[in-house]
Design a protein around this ligand. Structure first.
Ligand SMILES: [Zn+2]
Ligand SMILES: [Zn+2]
Length: 245
């Protein structure tokens, strides 16, 4: 049986390479070969012991993209495939990391449109290796895709180093989307086309927010950061005014 190598975070501050059996996939599952994986702030929080809920030992990494290598014969009916009918071996895809909700908690019952609020959801990159078949994170050569996965096929001509930004880009888009209606009971209080916006911090997600703001028709985008090179990049991505402070 072939083996899969993966970095396992045993506990905060401690990682080691381990190998796992390449699993035989169930009918409604699929197997993904990881092409690239980003390192998120949350991965660092777990590594530095700042995430009390991290289910160690785990294979970190949720900002991954990969190529489908095997598809169970029922997987295309069970998985949510966005923008395409089916997936097949050879397709490069991105995944929504936390698509497996419990379906029973208060949030699942009352706010099913907000799956990330589920209190006992399982998340790629934050799932213990004790749960078979263990390979649930992007710092592995292969990832096992469960039947409730949301799959986003990527354009074939999208370069790898851009494609791997799909998950942080989704974070930036969602931040702007939420600004349209920030919990106000009255219309017109949120962000909209022609609005001005300020982005505090031009780290990777801040830069994605700037892109999303520009794309959504902001009139003026102001960005603040302490690092000059980040401010330069922010301007390249659409910020009108960069403040080093
Ligand atoms: Zn993340
Ligand atoms: Zn739930």
């Amino acid at each position: 049986m072939s083996k899969v190598r993966a970095w396992v975070m045993l506990e905060p501050g401690k990682m080691e390479m381990q190998s796992f059996d390449l699993p035989k996939i169930a009918e409604d599952c699929a197997l993904l070969k990881v092409d690239a994986c980003g390192i998120c702030g949350s991965d660092l929080h777990a590594f530095r012991g700042r995430m009390k809920t991290a289910p160690f030992p785990l294979i970190p990494g949720h900002e991954f993209i990969g190529t489908i290598v095997e598809v169970g014969k029922l997987a295309n009916q069970k998985m949510a495939i966005v923008g395409k009918e089916t997936i097949s071996p050879g397709d490069r895809v991105a995944i929504a990391p936390s698509s497996l909700t419990c379906g029973r908690c208060w949030y699942c019952l009352h706010m099913p449109h907000r799956p990330t609020l589920c209190t006992s959801r399982s998340i790629y990159g934050f799932n213990s290796i004790k749960n078979p078949p263990s390979i649930w994170g992007g710092f592995s050569e292969y990832i096992y895709l469960h039947p409730r996965t949301w799959v986003f096929p990527l354009p074939a001509d999208l370069p790898l180093e851009r494609a791997v930004l799909a998950e942080p880009m989704a974070t930036g888009l969602r931040a702007v989307e939420r600004a349209y209606n920030p919990g106000e009971a009255f219309v017109g209080h949120g962000y909209g086309v022609g609005s001005r916006a300020m982005v505090l911090g031009a780290g990777p997600v801040g830069l994605m927010v700037i892109l999303a703001l520009r794309f959504s028709g902001a009139k003026l985008i102001i960005v603040q950061d302490l690092i000059e090179s980040r401010l330069e990049m922010a301007k390249g991505m659409g910020a009108d005014l960069a403040i080093r402070a």
